[in-house]
Design a protein around this ligand. Structure first.
Ligand code: F6P
Length: 549
């Protein structure tokens, strides 16, 4: 058994800090945020941290100073500092896959040394970054041309999961900084519609595909890649064209070569770089092509700032650690099931979708590192939509529903597209929502407005609904890097407390294997001898009957 598995002497729920939190929580449940704020006029500033250009106001949480102390004691009892160091120093903390977890090396500056199996990985990382920058420069200058000599104007990233969600999110988030004379699209779904709609108005002669797959074995990505190949060859009619219209991001040189992509045009990754933690690796090639190498490096600096912060700041001043511990507080002590992420920034519209993989593929686990079934809740469901759209949709449930939904509100002081009163209105809504959720509207206040008795209960908002507010000056590449790293380290903090492997994803494999078995059963013209359960057999039979029409 790895030394990393033996650091715990007691199961989580038997740790004294956990027990103390259970008792403490009974007391805190009786407090209302109205009272906590009335009792401490400095609360709004006391429970706030300013780090890496991000101001976290966590005062509107159902906590006291003692809660923070106890949560930190829990983190210490779980060996969070040691586990962080194990990650940063390249130990194989992904125990089920026996891999190091080194996304932090992807943004380590030149000169830093990080060893995996005795090899310093930082120079390799910078070599790939340099290759990405050269390629970006060639595309931007028109020095890399399509097979028929036309410059590349369209970039299509084909990937799924971590090889798609990060690139899409980053492209949308940083669109303001992007090459407006180029088109960037993303194909992920094996549903043919995704491919057809992404390519229908494009000229293959001006289109470059990035086939982005760490394993180069993923069904959806390879299917879309082969369709893209046919699409290019249908127009250009020459196998040689593949080399000018396809590049790959992968660890699988053989697979890339077999597909027909020149392996000189392959941008490498490493097994210590997990898919959902890879948007700052070569997986970000589309991002670099969109925003340029300089902006990409600024984004990496933002990631690195947060890495330094999480590693060195005391836990009570540590943004990702506190956010992770607050998530644990609500999931394990208030029975919350979800966390809503609500960006008041249109450019962050894909941020909640990105976070869903980051958080749920990481912490959706049912056993601890040594395989023991957990007797507590793990990873919450992360979800969300940009404000103010969500306000006119699901916020009602957050305000008055029967479920506790802790929320992260994300906003910026300066608009990237200043337009009349728009930004002030947007931000007024953010501030108003967190205020309304915390303080609500009492029965007395509703009555004082002359509301008839029968309507009073309907209009009363009990408040006491917890929120974090993340406020930064402006959405820049650097801020985005820090913001993503903040959530990465918050997820890690949660995973350490729960004693789970946040870096594997075995659950996803079962569905993949069954799909592989089922595909030939759908494609054959013979009536297959179906050996699934009676429900799946009936569904397949019905599909086969109607698909023929
Ligand atoms: O969904 C499972 C998964 O393995 C993710 O973890 C990963 O990001 C995605 O598939 C894509 O994998 P690949 O980059 O190897 O195609």
């Amino acid at each position: 058994m790895s030394a990393l598995l033996t650091t715990r002497t007691l199961p989580l729920s038997e740790l004294p800090a956990w027990q103390a939190l259970l008792t403490h929580c009974q007391e805190v449940r009786r407090f209302h945020l109205r009272q906590l704020f009335a009792d401490d006029p400095q609360r709004g500033k006391r429970f706030a941290i300013d780090a890496c250009g991000i101001y976290l106001d966590y005062s509107k949480n159902r906590i006291t100073a003692e809660t923070v102390q106890l949560l930190i004691q829990l983190a210490e009892a779980c060996g969070l500092r040691e586990r962080q160091e194990a990650m940063f120093s390249g130990q194989k903390i992904n125990v089920t896959e026996r891999r190091a977890v080194l996304h932090t090396a992807l943004r380590a500056p030149i000169g830093e040394r990080i060893l995996v199996d005795g090899i310093d990985v930082v120079p390799e990382v910078h070599k790939v970054l340099g290759k990405m920058a050269d390629f970006t420069d060639k595309i931007h200058r028109g020095a890399w041309r399509g097979h028929s000599g036309r410059p590349i104007r369209n970039i299509i990233n084909i990937g799924i999961g971590g090889s798609d969600l990060g690139p899409v999110m980053a492209y949308e988030a940083l669109r303001h900084y992007s090459q407006r004379d180029m088109i960037f699209r993303f194909i992920s779904n094996v549903d043919g519609t995704d491919f057809v709609e992404a390519t229908r108005d494009l000229n293959p002669e001006e289109t470059l595909f990035i086939i982005c797959s760490k394993t180069f074995r993923t069904l959806e990505t390879l299917t879309n890649a082969h369709t893209a190949r046919e699409w290019v060859l249908r127009k250009l009619g020459d196998e040689q064209a593949v080399a000018r219209h396809f590049v790959a991001v992968s660890t699988n040189t053989e697979g890339v070569a077999e597909f027909g992509i020149d392996t000189n045009e392959m941008f490498g990754m490493w097994d210590w770089d997990g898919g959902r933690y890879s948007m700052d690796s070569a997986v970000g090639l589309s991002t670099m092509l969109a925003i340029g190498a300089e902006n990409f490096h600024a984004m990496l600096s933002g990631f690195h700032d947060m890495d330094q912060h999480v590693r060195t700041a005391p836990f009570d001043q540590n943004l990702p650690v506190l956010m992770g511990l607050l998530a644990v507080w609500y999931i394990n002590f208030f029975e919350a099931q979800t966390v809503a992420v609500l960006p008041y920034e249109q450019y962050l519209k894909r941020f909640p979708a990105y976070l869903q993989q980051l958080t749920m593929e990481s912490n959706g686990k049912h056993v601890t590192l040594d395989g023991t079934k957990v007797d507590y809740q793990t990873g919450p469901i992360y979800w969300g939509e940009p404000g103010t759209n969500g306000q006119h949709s699901f916020y009602q449930l957050i305000h008055q529903g029967t479920k506790l939904v802790p929320c992260d509100f994300i906003g910026f002081c300066r608009a990237l597209n200043p337009l009349g009163r728009h930004h002030d209105l947007l931000m007024a809504n953010l501030f108003a929502q967190t205020e309304a959720l915390a303080f609500g509207k009492t029965e007395e206040e509703v009555r004082a407005e002359g509301t008839p008795d029968w309507l009073v209960p309907h209009r009363t908002c009990e408040g006491n609904r917890p929120t974090n507010t993340l406020l930064a000056e402006r959405l820049t590449p650097r801020t985005l890097g820090s913001l993503v790293a903040l959530y990465e380290h918050s997820v890690f903090t949660q995973g350490v407390i729960w004693n789970i492997d946040s870096f594997d994803q075995w659950g996803v494999e079962l569905g993949k294997a069954l799909a592989e078995k089922t595909t030939p059963e759908l494609e054959t013209s013979q009536a297959p001898n179906l050996q699934h359960d009676s429900s799946t057999n009936a569904l397949i039979e019905r599909y086969r009957r109607f698909r023929k029409r």
